[in-house]
Design a protein around this ligand. Structure first.
Ligand SMILES: [Zn+2]
Ligand SMILES: [Zn+2]
Length: 266
């Protein structure tokens, strides 16, 4: 059975996962982290990028299992936590990195007060949210997880804790790790506060949900396809070496250009 298509309103038959997170080391000190037991629609990437003075953590998954505890062995410096945007699949554990939490101003309010109907079963979603997702072609039945992170985990009571960002990012801001620096590119379209992080020196782009190797989504209530096209034309100019997107696997410059052209209908 596909994750995400588990029938019924209860979580009774969820098996306990041996490992909640999966990881993959990528070149240039980039660790990709994801949650294999989250339904495909919401199975997002997180990235830990090693710097000399600080490490950068991009996005925070669903928050079903403690990301902080999982990442503890990998972290020996202060962590700059940046959110690519504030959709539910990217902000779950943000509250665990509240000491330095940065995101675009346009979605900060969602992080402060995550909507209460964001639950681990679509049954808990508001009718409006389900309808919005249906319009975007999503199957909104069943649970959002196919396993439980521990026998004591209570999926019914899971909610994303709100947290106040420590800094609001804007176009052109730098995220400085000591020996490497990422530039904030404001790339609205998928959502109003979507950002990418660009390391010009290495050509590494952290794309969030603006660009990844899959169906790009511009039909959500907070999406803006016209703005998305402008963002994509801008991204097309970047000479990337590696792209780490908000979903699926990382890719190189040829796929990058292909995905942008496909979106723009070129
Ligand atoms: Zn998103
Ligand atoms: Zn996403």
């Amino acid at each position: 059975m596909l994750p995400g298509s588990i029938p019924g309103p209860t979580f009774d038959r969820l098996p306990t996962a041996d490992n909640w997170f999966a990881i993959e080391w990528l070149p240039l000190g980039v660790l990709r982290i994801w949650e294999p037991h989250v339904s495909r629609l919401l199975r997002a990437n997180m990235f830990l990028v090693r710097g000399r003075d600080r490490d950068l953590l991009v996005d925070a998954g669903m928050g079903v299992c403690s990301l902080r505890r999982f990442l503890d062995p990998f972290i020996d410096k202060p962590v700059v936590h940046v959110l690519s945007h504030a959709h539910v699949d990217h902000i779950g554990s943000a509250h665990e990195f509240a000491e330095d939490l940065r995101m675009h101003a346009a979605e900060a309010e969602v992080m402060r007060n995550p909507p209460a109907d964001l639950q681990l079963s679509f049954d808990g979603y508001s009718e409006k949210r389900k309808e919005d997702l249906r319009k975007s072609g999503f199957d909104v039945s069943g649970a959002l997880i196919a396993a439980s992170p521990s026998p004591s985990f209570q999926p019914e009571t899971w909610r994303i804790p709100g947290v106040e960002p420590t800094a609001l990012l804007a176009e052109g801001d730098a995220v400085d790790l000591g020996d490497r620096s990422f530039q904030v590119l404001h790339t609205p379209g998928h959502s109003p506060g979507s950002i990418c992080l660009w390391e010009a020196e290495t050509g590494v782009l952290l794309g969030g949900d603006t660009i990844y190797d899959g169906l790009l989504i511009d039909t959500l209530p907070d999406s803006d396809p016209a703005a998305y096209a402008v963002s994509m034309r801008r991204l097309k100019q970047l000479n990337v070496s590696a792209v780490h997107g908000g979903h699926r696997e990382s890719f190189g410059p040829a796929k990058y250009q292909f995905l942008i052209d496909q979106y723009l209908g070129i």
